[in-house]
Design a protein around this ligand. Sequence first.
Ligand code: PRP
Ligand code: URA
Length: 209
Amino acid sequence: MTTVHVMDHPLIQHKLTIIRNKDTGPKEFREMVQEISTLLAYEVTRDLEMEELEVETPLMTTTGKVIAGKKIGLVPILRAGLGMVEGMLSLIPAAKVGHIGLYRDPETLEPVEYYCKLPEDIGHRDILVLDPMLATGGSAAAAITFLKERGCKNIKLVCIISAPEGIRRVKQEHPDVPIFVAAVDDGLNDHAYIYPGLGDAGDRLFGTK
Ligand code: PRP
Ligand code: URA
């Protein structure tokens, strides 16, 4: 059964309001997406396995805890997922990064794959799929299917804004994949844009419109 985590920390919500604003330009938009991603990284790594390690303080020897060497893979969905990578890497610097390129066909609204480059050991890593927008859920569901076909077993989906429709689709197709989002919006408009949303995340990140 899918778990959906809505991360409504005040710092995240504040930055989210900035990126929703139509007058926020690409520079600030990118910075905010990066900062939100760092805050999301803090939450999505909460259940990482720990192991004990002896450490000498200036006063005595004690036992501390360190992350138990579990390998993480970040998989941004191009293009907009790219905006989340640096923020995640700032807390998880040893993660490897794979890329999956998908665009939504404007007629069918279904995802079309155009690029894929993944680390060789992707099947042995805990995967965080990154995409700021979860609209119909088609892109995220397709990326997750693709990763499962390559042996990935432990996958989390990390988005910034989601629509209930997208959450439903990912839940239905991938009930084993936990979903982490900063907001669940009202729904989708006639062009499958999230409502109220923030518009086209790729265009706003890269200034293409
Ligand atoms: C956006 C977004 C997601 C997808 C979400 O990408 O970044 O990947 O749409 O929509 P869905 O849940 O209905 O699949 P887009 O196809 O606009 O490509 P881009 O990132 O290259 O702009
Ligand atoms: N993709 C976006 O970038 N924005 C939306 O609202 C929906 C899909």
